[in-house]
Design a protein around this ligand. Structure first.
Ligand SMILES: Cc1ncc(COP(=O)(O)O)c(C=O)c1O
Length: 403
């Protein structure tokens, strides 16, 4: 008799998933052009060209490319004058850089829970943790899913706070028809290799405020003065300039992004539909008002009750064995040893229940390249989950007999 198991037999998805990053002939030509030109850094044309095109893509006046999404957040905070004595409200469900950037500029990250349906920061929770020390909010368009920017901007206006959009995962996402990254005072993007527009590493700071953009430029360029002399440094800055090689690949990524977004959107919606028909899996919802999800991640919630009590970790393992690369995602940032050690604030009493449930028991992620596959590959994902569900039931049904 065939041995009963959570997974086994023919894999639900036998093939591979689309490779990432994508490199085409035009990318190789641009990289070669940079290599041959000798203009690898300052003085090259491709970084300014990409900055202009990306500003247009985002719908802002100014874009400055930097070395990473992490440094983009730090530069944005510094340019706004956020520093010691200030509090910055962040979601606990995000990459560490959202909170560590506040600590690096001497400010304190304060955590506001997420909405359990959208996984994005919950505006109602922002109000609850806001104090007279609060200087800024960093909403994260998590997984490419836009936050409720109307509610966040309203709170910011009421309390005179800066809004720094963390768009590391959300290139091209839209809120009420407008691209994210131009909806607050300033925004930070990442071009790290897994991101929807990748450069290996890299980032960008976007804003339509000219004075703010000048400070950003100065901070990322050793404190130099726009239009000033090469050795004129009026403030302390860093060298966070991007190389022309990175811009060479970014230009190709920007040319490809619209087509890829359409495919991710169609597959993301189809997959959500299929998964929502399975008891025990609930895809995340878009915030009402979000008009385009960038689907850096396809996110769902797992309910063990729909799988006869199977823990999420066993489900993820079984799905991976079936060829579906689910992962469980983040841990609450206020429990991160790095954040706890670096922050002057004691987070031991902080509890964000929605975040904790999603981190500890429910969250399921698929990365964006999976959504660049075909619709029948999306069927494989749902069919794999149904297969695991059937196998759990069969195992349980067989359990008493084998005792
Ligand atoms: C939400 C978020 N913010 C910031 C960052 C930092 O970007 P980078 O890795 O380019 O420093 C990331 C990267 O993973 C991210 O996902």
């Amino acid at each position: 008799m065939e041995k009963l198991a959570l997974h086994g037999g023919d894999k639900a998805h036998a093939g591979s998933w689309p490779a990432w990053p994508i490199c085409e002939e035009r990318d190789i030509e641009r990289i070669t052009q940079v290599a041959r030109s000798g203009k690898w850094g300052v003085g090259g044309e491709l970084v300014p060209e990409f900055e202009a095109r990306f500003a247009e893509f985002v719908g802002v006046e100014h874009c400055t490319c930097v070395t990473s999404g992490t440094t983009a957040l730090e530069v944005a905070l510094l340019a706004l004058g956020v520093g010691p004595g200030d509090e910055v409200i962040v979601p606990p469900y995000t990459f560490i850089a959202t909170a560590s950037s506040a600590l690096y500029v001497g400010a304190v990250p304060v955590f506001a829970d997420i909405d359990p349906d959208t996984f994005c920061i919950d505006p109602a929770r922002i109000e609850e943790v806001s104090t007279e020390k609060t200087k800024a909010i960093i909403p994260v368009h998590i997984g490419g899913s836009p936050c409720d920017m109307d509610a966040i901007n309203e709170i910011a206006q009421k309390h005179d706070l800066f809004v720094i959009e963390d768009c590391a995962q959300a290139h091209g996402a839209e809120w009420k028809g407008r691209r994210v990254g131009g909806l607050g005072h300033i925004s930070a993007f990442s071009f790290q290799v897994s991101k929807n527009i990748p450069a290996g590493e890299g980032g960008a700071v976007c804003t339509s405020d000219r004075k703010l953009a000048e400070r950003v430029w100065s901070i990322h360029n050793c404190g130099r003065v726009p239009e000033g002399a090469w050795y004129q440094h009026d403030i302390l800055g860093w060298n966070l300039r991007m190389t022309q090689f990175q811009a060479a690949v970014l230009l190709g990524g920007l040319e490809r992004v619209e087509e890829q977004m359409k495919l991710r959107d169609a597959n993301g919606k189809y997959l959500s539909q299929r998964l929502s028909e399975i008891e025990g899996i609930t895809p995340s919802k878009d915030t009402p008002g979000a008009t385009r999800n960038a689907y850096h991640l396809h996110m769902s919630k797992f309910d063990a009750a729909g799988f006869d009590g199977l823990p999420r970790s066993a489900f993820v393992e079984a799905m991976r064995a079936e060829g579906v690369p689910f992962s469980a995602g983040y841990n609450p940032l206020y429990k991160s040893p790095a954040i706890v050690a670096a922050s002057p604030v004691d987070y031991s009493d902080v509890c964000c229940p929605a975040c904790e449930r999603i981190c500890d028991q429910e969250g399921l992620w698929l990365s964006q390249n999976v959504l660049l596959a075909s619709q029948s590959d999306m069927d494989d994902i749902a069919d794999a989950a149904l297969k695991v569900q059937r196998n759990v039931s069969a195992l349980l049904a067989a359990a008493p007999a084998s005792e």
